[in-house]
Design a binder for this molecule. Sequence first.
Ligand SMILES: O=C(O)C1=C[C@@H](OP(=O)(O)O)[C@@H](O)[C@H](O)C1
Ligand SMILES: C=C(OP(=O)(O)O)C(=O)O
Length: 423
Amino acid sequence: MAIPILKGTIQVPGDKSISHRSIIFGAIAEGQTTVKNFLRSNDCLATLEAFRQMGIHIEENGNNLTIDGVGLLGLQASSKPLDMQNSGTSTRLLAGLLAGQHFDSQLIGDASLSKRPMGRVIDPLSEMNGILLAEDGHLPMTIHGEVLHGIHYRMPIASAQVKSAIILAALTAQSETTIEEPLPSRDHSETMLKFFSPESIEKTGQTITIHPGHPLQGQQIEVPADISSAAFFLVAGAILPGSKITIEKVGLNPTRDGIVRILQQMGADLTIDRIDQPGEPMANLTIKAGPLEPFHIEAADIPALVDEVPALALLATAAEGVSTISGAEELRVKESDRLAVITSELGKLGADIEEKPDGLLITGGKPLRVQNPDLDSFGDHRIAMTLKIASLLVDKPVTIKDDDCMAVSYPAFVNDLTTLIKE
Ligand SMILES: O=C(O)C1=C[C@@H](OP(=O)(O)O)[C@@H](O)[C@H](O)C1
Ligand SMILES: C=C(OP(=O)(O)O)C(=O)O
């Protein structure tokens, strides 16, 4: 099996985090919100369906949406549980929003989501007078809508989902809320709220204050391409010899662009053409294969590349020397235990990876060779796509169990990858 060369220009689909938030903020605004380049993946469709169940009229036209907002307290109780499927973002953000509504709700999810910790949102929301019942802090969750009050909350972990849950609850509360983050996590909720209701939010450094009582106004949103989806092509382009890929209009928000900084640290041949326009920053990225230095990723780097760690682990196998990832415990409570799974599955391809309690140690520079062709994604989309790229580098065919989970964030991934394969 020859190693293929990847060449060409591609547009990856819209950003998952921004797509979820466009529906949520659109629904609780007054008037219409239009969304261009919405991500039609399973996770974002779970959010869309949940809002339809709560009475929101959403018109779909390809990747464009028109949402008729009903205001902060205009949602209606759903007659059946809201199925969050595989989506942590939908679950935690909705928990925040629903805690302060005047009706009760139930959130359910698939087997993977039902293992993920929800105490991290239940704790602050309970402090706000929310009533959220979930056995052992896991789905299913029953939320009794309550009148909430503001809090001052020092977040114990850097999590944009927790931060966003508190922001959404705080909008419905009777008094002001202040949130302090330990490290800057993705700021799409703050950016979007500022756009929908500038009076509702103030942010200084890592401290956010929410002033409730101001209406949100419908907006026009253009969703940039998802850097977390672009990551797989950045890695493939950097390590498949002879490759050159351009990825267009990628969101380059500084709270999300950690992978770009790591590629630069590694000496990768990456060109960034920034697109000058208001709103979320975007750029065309061109990556060419070439020699790579090992990287070192620490706790402070994690939030800006949290979902890219599996792809970065594969990238490190191509860099001569030892790459290190530390402070990444959060990876253990994603769709799978990503530290354990990436170690075992890339290990089946001969990668030299040592699993640490909070990270990975990867000794790169040796070609990958199939030792066991039966790879398992553990139903985790980021793992499945990482393994798909890894499969291009090896000498024999492999199979990837449950690879249909790619549809959670990138339904057309294999199709888009195939269009770039030149030899
Ligand atoms: O807020 C968001 O849209 C997300 C936040 C991150 O999770 P955490 O908040 O758990 O770090 C990330 O892993 C997830 O894919 C999307
Ligand atoms: C962790 C992820 O998503 P979520 O938490 O929304 O399930 C992800 O997309 O990698």
